[in-house]
Design a protein around this ligand. Structure first.
Ligand code: WT7
Length: 630
């Protein structure tokens, strides 16, 4: 960093951090990548294995359908496993896992490769082929990683559904992706209880008709229903003597789909974001290596869930691509006591912790003494993701967890971007609450309604102006929606859906979503999903959902409901409606509060004005309401 004095409260890196860092001079790298971003990404791609080299780094001839590493042939699963197994990393730990109930397991690169191959063969024997979709619905257990890598190896497209989603969310995603195979666990441990994943899946399967085979991983062991001819135990199949540990892989085109992942958008049903083998691999690999500064001896912990993009990119793929040792924990942070996380950092000597502001705020509430009971001196770097981190939580994280010696990597990105976009690297001076600046080679801007750049410190829409390798390729089966949602407001610029302010030092300060997406505990939910769940209840005529500020969750869901004629409001009904959303969408979507109302603020065209509801709930001026129906 140049010697320019930065404004506001700034935390500078220590000499120790600078000495260790993969990138010592961010400015130099930024200039290099900024002058020729394609060359920068090409050089990163050369660090990985390709069966055939690309003809062209990037092709924008049919934009916004960008292509990266055109005609290159690779396989991300090969790069995650086989590439290392051929080296001294063969016996290095790829994964250290601890269950909430104290079970634990470690897997070396070789054992992870062997299991992945065996499972790849099981999938092949069930007729799964390149391009087929496979839905995965599990908790945080090693098998979720094996399942994803096995799909990638044989060229199947995985669609992971987060274990915190429920019946309708799962059914909808299976149906939309047309999956023939579902991989599920019998259950998951969460805060001492069992989440009955297989039971939820059984109910979901009654609502959709595409699945032919269900593979069940035994985790919790309670009795479950196994449907003859459809359901089989993963553990039995994978251990059959006929199942070989050699599994030939598909040489994938760089642009072949790797996975789809459903996420909430502005309107309507969740949409499936499509990522590919080549660009996604290069983008996630590079960003993890530079931002979390992965060193050979590191033990890295991303405490997210594999069911979200954070887990796809930075639990499963990028750590394995960099040859790191990852830690994964199954359960709740405060189970059985609020020191669970800290005790595991001490026990396994973890060096990097990457989590969300909501988790930090949640653990902060229990007080410092729970943290101070443990030796956290192994920690070298911390990370934050999912929503803006409030300076109070940042400082607590920095002082109490990081003992003032661990820089915090506040990474801004999205399911669609696939990789970190605004983020520091360890030597960049930090300002609590800001993700600092775009990653080298990424060009972003803050613009007004008409697409013109706004002045420093003014709020505007965050846009991305150059393509990047891990970018979304399309919305699954819906190219129109891809264009409409991301590329139509401002031609040539990718619309993020976030509002932001950039200060005089070029540091970005994310304010929040400007659409109907609500971030609850860092989870991305759409008002439409919650509303459609409410309306599916027999007593409900109309519903509106909004997010209101919440001390720990960031935002909490408030729902307003108009009942059908003849239905009467009662505390029991309100509770029933909350439960109904939890059952249909998932516990993460359960409204904090449901209010029964007589009417909702509609525009003359019948659109609910959530903005007006929100202003009213916060006691603020609703602003322009000229379009409001009388
Ligand atoms: C939205 C994307 C990709 C990570 C998990 C979330 C918000 C994400 C930050 C951050 C402020 C953040 C944005 C973004 N967001 N990271 N560091 N600071 N806001 O992925 O579920 O696709 O959500 O999360 O609003 O648009 P996602």
């Amino acid at each position: 960093m140049s010697n320019k004095k930065l404004s506001g409260e700034v935390y500078y890196p220590s000499q120790e951090t600078i000495d260790k860092a993969n990138i010592k001079d961010w400015d130099e790298l930024n200039k290099y990548a900024g002058d020729n971003y394609q060359k920068f990404w090409e050089e990163r791609a050369e660090e990985l294995h390709w069966f055939k080299k690309w003809d062209k780094v990037m092709d924008d001839s049919s934009k916004p359908f960008y292509k990266w590493f055109v005609n290159g042939k690779t396989n991300i699963s090969y790069n995650c496993l086989d590439r290392h197994v051929k080296t001294y990393r063969r016996n290095k730990l790829a994964l250290i896992w601890e269950g909430e109930n104290g079970d634990s397991k470690t897997m070396s690169y070789y054992s992870l490769q062997r299991e992945t191959c065996r499972f790849g063969n099981v999938l092949k024997s069930l007729g799964v082929k390149k391009g087929d979709r496979v839905t995965i619905y599990m908790g945080r257990i090693p098998e979720i990683i094996i399942a994803m890598l096995a799909c990638a190896r044989i060229g199947a497209i995985h669609s992971v559904v987060y274990g915190g989603f429920s019946v309708e969310s799962l059914a909808e995603r299976i149906e939309d992706s047309n999956s023939k195979v579902l991989i599920v666990a019998d259950g998951a441990y969460q805060r001492g209880k069992i989440v009955p994943l297989k039971q939820i899946a059984d109910e979901a399967l009654q609502r959709c008709g595409t699945v032919e085979h269900v593979l069940v991983v035994k985790r919790t062991g309670q009795p479950i229903n196994m449907e003859f001819g459809r359901d089989m135990w993963y553990n039995e199949l994978i251990n059959l003597p006929v199942v070989s540990k050699e599994c030939s892989l598909e040489e994938m085109d760089a642009e072949d789909p790797l996975f789809i992942l459903y996420t909430s958008g502005t309107t309507g049903k969740p949409k499936a974001i499509l990522h590919t083998h080549g660009g996604y691999m290069v983008g996630t690999y590079t960003t993890l290596k530079y931002v979390f500064d992965i060193q050979e001896e590191d033990r890295y912990w991303c405490a997210a869930d594999p069911g979200w993009i954070t887990g796809h990119s930075y639990i499963v793929y990028a750590p394995l691509l960099t040859g790191a040792t990852s830690f994964m924990y199954e359960g709740a942070p405060n189970f059985p006591y609020p020191n669970r996380w800290w005790s595991m950092i001490e026990k396994y000597g973890l060096n990097i912790l990457y989590t969300a502001p909501t988790a930090i705020r949640g653990l902060m509430r229990f007080g410092e003494s729970w943290v101070n009971r443990h030796d956290l001196s192994s920690l070298r770097l911390l990370g934050s993701v999912g929503e803006p981190i409030n300076p109070e939580a940042w400082k607590w994280y920095h002082r109490v967890v990081g003992k003032e010696k661990c820089p915090i990597m506040d990474t801004w990105w999205q399911t669609e971007t696939g990789m970190f976009m605004i983020t520091p690297t360890p030597t960049v001076p930090l300002k609590p609450g800001s993700g600092t600046r775009p990653f080298p080679g990424i060009k972003m801007d803050v613009v007004d309604e008409n697409g013109n750049p706004v002045k420093d410190n003014e709020e505007g829409f965050l846009v991305i102006k150059t393509p990047w390798p891990a970018m979304i390729r399309t919305v699954w089966k819906d190219e129109e929606r891809y264009i409409q949602q991301y590329w139509s407001k401002y031609p040539g610029m990718y619309l993020t859906g976030d509002s932001v302010r950039r200060d005089e030092d070029g540091y970005y300060w994310i304010i929040g979503r400007v659409d109907d997406v609500i971030k609850v505990s860092g989870y991305r939910l759409g008002t439409a999903e919650i509303e459609s769940a409410l309306v599916s209840h027999s007593a409900v005529a109309e519903a509106a959902a909004i997010g209101l500020p919440h001390e720990v969750k960031g935002n909490a869901i408030y729902a307003y409901v108009i009942l059908k004629a003849g239905k009467t409001s009662s505390p029991q009904l309100v509770e029933e409606l909350r439960q109904h959303v939890s059952h249909e969408v998932g516990p993460i979507a359960k409204p904090e509060h449901v209010e029964i109302v007589e009417s909702l603020p509609n525009t003359r065209s019948g659109k609910i004005m959530r903005r007006v509801l929100k202003a009213k709930a916060l006691g603020q001026d609703p602003g322009n309401i000229s379009t409001l129906e009388e």
